[in-house]
Design a protein. Structure first.
Length: 202
């Protein structure tokens, strides 16, 4: 059955927007139809890679869905370095989207202060229903910008070499104060018979 039009709806209301009082039903070409009051949904927001240095290239990818059609996605980053919200900068905005499930990829060359930055996106549908990033963790992600190298290690004596030519080296462990932390395999060694390391073996 068709929806029942509210008494305050007039034939001149030919679009379903927030400016239409009550916006539950409206007239379109003299026909009573139901307004779209369903808000779009954030499916996911991914930042790849998640740990980078300044000058690196990343992709922030937002995925959203709607029962009628996604219209616009805005992706922003926070200038805060502790992973908190606020001090937003808009990275990209696209209001030409269409479809019930939409993916928006936003490439960016990283240029910001070291630390953990919050990424978010807002999404609007073709009926101007807007879902704000704060409504769902699916609208949020983060990026670690780390330009700080770990500490310097030093070799601990003695260096030994057995009869088979196997060299054993011990060194002092290091820590890292950047948000990225140490690599899974943080150490590598080079050996050389040349003090200037003109020829080195890893």
């Amino acid at each position: 059955m068709p929806p029942t039009c509210s008494a305050d709806k007039k034939p001149e209301y030919n679009t379903c927007t927030s400016s239409v009082p009550g916006c539950g039903t409206y007239y379109q070409n003299q026909v009573c139809v139901a307004c779209d009051t369903t808000f779009p949904a954030c499916t996911s927001l991914g930042v790849v890679p998640e740990k980078v240095k300044n000058g690196s290239s990343i992709n922030a990818t937002a995925v959203a869905s709607d029962n009628v059609s996604v219209k616009q996605i805005d992706i922003s980053i926070s200038a805060n370095t502790d992973g908190s919200a606020g001090n937003w900068s808009l990275l990209c905005s696209d209001n030409t989207l269409s479809g019930t499930s939409v993916t928006k990829v936003c490439p960016w060359t990283v240029g910001t202060t070291e630390g953990t930055h919050k990424f978010v996106f807002n999404v609007a549908d073709s009926s101007s229903n807007v879902t704000n990033w704060s409504s769902s963790t699916n609208c949020q992600s983060s990026l670690c910008v780390d330009d700080t190298a770990p500490g310097v290690t030093f070799i601990q004596a003695p260096i030994t070499c057995d009869v088979n030519g196997k060299v054993t080296v011990n060194w002092q462990g290091v820590t890292d104060n950047g948000c990225a932390g140490l690599n899974t395999f943080p150490y590598f060694a080079q050996l050389s018979t040349d003090s200037a390391f003109g020829t080195a073996y890893t």
